[in-house]
Design a protein. Structure first.
Length: 365
C-alpha cells in the first residue's frame, strides 16, 4: 500500500489540495449559511464516552448484520454522485474497495457507470445498494428499480429529501458550484442510472429536475407502492422526524437512513444525531433498521451514534477524500482508520461486540 495519510483530517487536507478548485468547492458546499453541516458535526461534541474497565474482554468484534448479511463494520459508504470527478475508474473503484473491506456501498442514481460496467469490473453486486430519485412518472422509477434488482444489487434506497433535486447541483440555487460547469450534459449515456426516458437529453441538471421531478406527486401511498413492487429490501433516505420514521415502518420499508443530505438541502435543518435521538424515543418500529448519515468524522463519532440507537452509519465526504488521495487503497485506508478508532473505543468502554454498546456508554457533557 502506498504511503497514505494517517488521519481523516490529513486525508481531507490532501484531497482538497489535489482537487480542482471547482470540485473542492462542490464537495465542501453546504446549503445557505452552512449551519446544518456545522451542526451535524458539532452535535457529536455534546457527548462524552464513559469508559468501563476490568471487563475481561477478548477480541473486539465490529461486525454487524445488515439486511441479513454479515459485514465487517457498521460503517458503510453513502451514495456519492459523479464519481468520475474523483477517479478515472469511477464507481468501480469504490465498489471494489467496499468489497475488499467487507462493507456495503450505496451507488447513486448520478453514477457515471451503469450496473453492467460495474459488475464487469467488480464481479457480483451483493454488497451494492442502489439509491434512486422518485421520478414524477413512477413507472420510470419502477423500471430502474427492476434494472437494479436484475443486476443483483441487495437493496433499494429511495431518496425522499430532495423532491425537486439536489440544491448543491443547481445553477439557480448554488450559482458558484452549480454554475461552474463541472456537471456535463445530462443523458442516459453520461448517467446511466438516473431515471429518465430512453433517449432523453438535458442541457443541465436544472433542466432535468424541471422535466422529471414533481414534488406534488410524492406521497406515502406512492412510496408504499414502490416498496411493495421492489422485490428486495427498500430503505428511505432523508427521514428526520419520528412521525415519518413510524410511517416508513408501517408501509414496509426495511429501514431508514437518517440524513439531511450532508447539510446540502436545507439550512438550519435538524442535526442528524439529534434526529436519531428523537426518532428512537417512545416509538416501536418493529424490526425496521435505523441508520445514520451525516456529521461522522471518527470512530468515536460512530460509537456515539451506535450508543444513541443507530444500527449502523454511512460516511460520505471522508470517503471522497480517501478516493481522491489514494483510489481504492485510499478508501480502504479511510474505512480502516475509522473502524480501528471504533474498535479501540469499544475496548475502552468495555464492549466486545456492537450489540454491547448502549446509551449507558455515553453521557451529555
Amino acid at each position: 500500500m502506498k504511503d497514505l495519510p494517517k488521519t481523516i483530517s490529513e486525508y481531507e487536507t490532501e484531497a482538497l489540495r489535489k482537487m480542482p478548485l471547482k470540485v473542492a468547492d462542490y464537495v465542501r458546499k453546504a446549503a445557505g449559511s452552512g449551519k446544518t453541516n456545522e451542526n451535524n458535526i458539532s452535535a457529536f461534541d455534546k457527548y462524552c464516552i464513559v469508559p468501563s474497565v476490568l471487563r475481561n474482554l477478548g477480541e473486539v468484534d465490529t461486525t454487524i448484520s445488515a439486511i441479513g448479511k454479515k459485514i465487517q463494520t457498521p460503517i458503510m459508504i453513502s451514495p456519492i454522485a459523479w464519481q468520475e470527478l474523483y477517479s478515472p475508474d469511477k464507481e468501480s473503484t469504490s465498489v471494489n474497495a467496499a468489497q475488499q473491506f467487507g462493507t456495503n456501498i450505496v451507488i447513486s442514481s448520478f453514477s457515471t457507470q451503469g450496473f453492467e460496467e460495474i459488475k464487469k469490473n467488480c464481479g457480483n453486486l451483493s454488497n451494492v445498494w442502489y439509491q434512486t430519485l422518485c421520478h414524477k412518472d413512477f413507472r420510470i422509477t419502477e423500471r430502474y428499480i427492476s434494472k437494479a434488482k436484475e443486476a443483483g444489487v441487495s437493496a433499494i434506497v429511495l431518496l425522499v429529501d430532495a423532491p425537486s433535486g439536489c440544491t448543491m447541483c443547481s445553477k439557480k440555487k448554488s450559482p458558484i458550484t452549480g454554475g461552474s460547469r463541472i456537471f456535463p450534459e445530462v443523458n442516459s449515456t453520461r448517467l446511466p442510472l438516473l431515471p429518465m426516458n430512453e433517449g432523453d437529453s438535458f442541457n443541465s441538471l436544472d433542466h432535468y429536475y424541471t422535466e422529471n421531478l414533481d414534488s406534488s406527486k410524492l406521497s406515502w401511498d406512492n412510496i408504499a407502492n414502490l416498496v411493495n413492487i421492489a422485490g428486495i429490501p427498500v430503505f428511505l433516505k432523508g427521514i428526520l422526524n419520528a412521525g415519518d420514521a413510524y410511517k416508513a415502518s408501517k408501509i414496509g420499508a426495511k429501514g431508514i437512513i437518517i440524513s439531511n443530505h450532508g447539510g446540502r438541502q436545507l439550512d438550519k435543518a435538524i442535526p442528524t444525531l439529534l434526529a436519531l435521538q428523537n426518532i428512537r424515543k417512545n416509538k416501536d418500529y418493529g424490526d425496521m433498521q435505523i441508520y445514520l448519515d451525516g456529521g461522522l468524522r471518527s470512530g468515536q463519532d460512530v460509537f456515539i451514534a451506535l450508543a444513541l440507537g443507530a444500527d449502523g452509519v454511512f460516511i460520505g465526504r471522508s470517503f471522497i477524500y480517501g478516493l481522491v488521495v489514494g483510489g481504492k487503497e485510499g478508501i480502504v485506508s479511510v474505512l480502516d482508520i475509522i473502524n480501528r478508532e471504533l474498535a479501540h473505543t469499544m475496548q475502552q468502554a468495555g464492549c466486545s461486540k456492537i450489540k454491547d454498546i448502549t446509551n449507558n456508554n455515553v453521557q451529555v457533557i
